[in-house]
Design a protein around this ligand. Sequence first.
Ligand SMILES: [Zn+2]
Length: 117
Amino acid sequence: MSKTFGVGMMAVGIICLVSSMFEFFTLDMWEIPRFSWLPFVGMPLIFFGFVLLGPHIQRYWLKRNGDIIRDSMKLMGQGLQEGLGEEIHCPKCNSTNKRSANFCAHCGTPLQKGEYQ
Ligand SMILES: [Zn+2]
């Protein structure tokens, strides 16, 4: 129900906007636009239609692109991890330590955490 309503609202809104734009561009300089109020009707119509359709669009979009999103998120996460580095170097002895470590496993120096943490 709300789906059909939303689609209808958006369609009418888009028609309003397009026809007002069309009028605007075909208008002669001295002509007073008769349909200048159309965008003010069309915009809210599109907006409310979009609000009504929101959950449907989301569901549809997620169904189609869910895997792509998940994959790209995973890739982004991996990239971020690689960018930050899993390991940090001890400032004193330069041995590699886990990022989660507070002290160097080699010499016990307190490890300076990066600005990311
Ligand atoms: Zn060390």
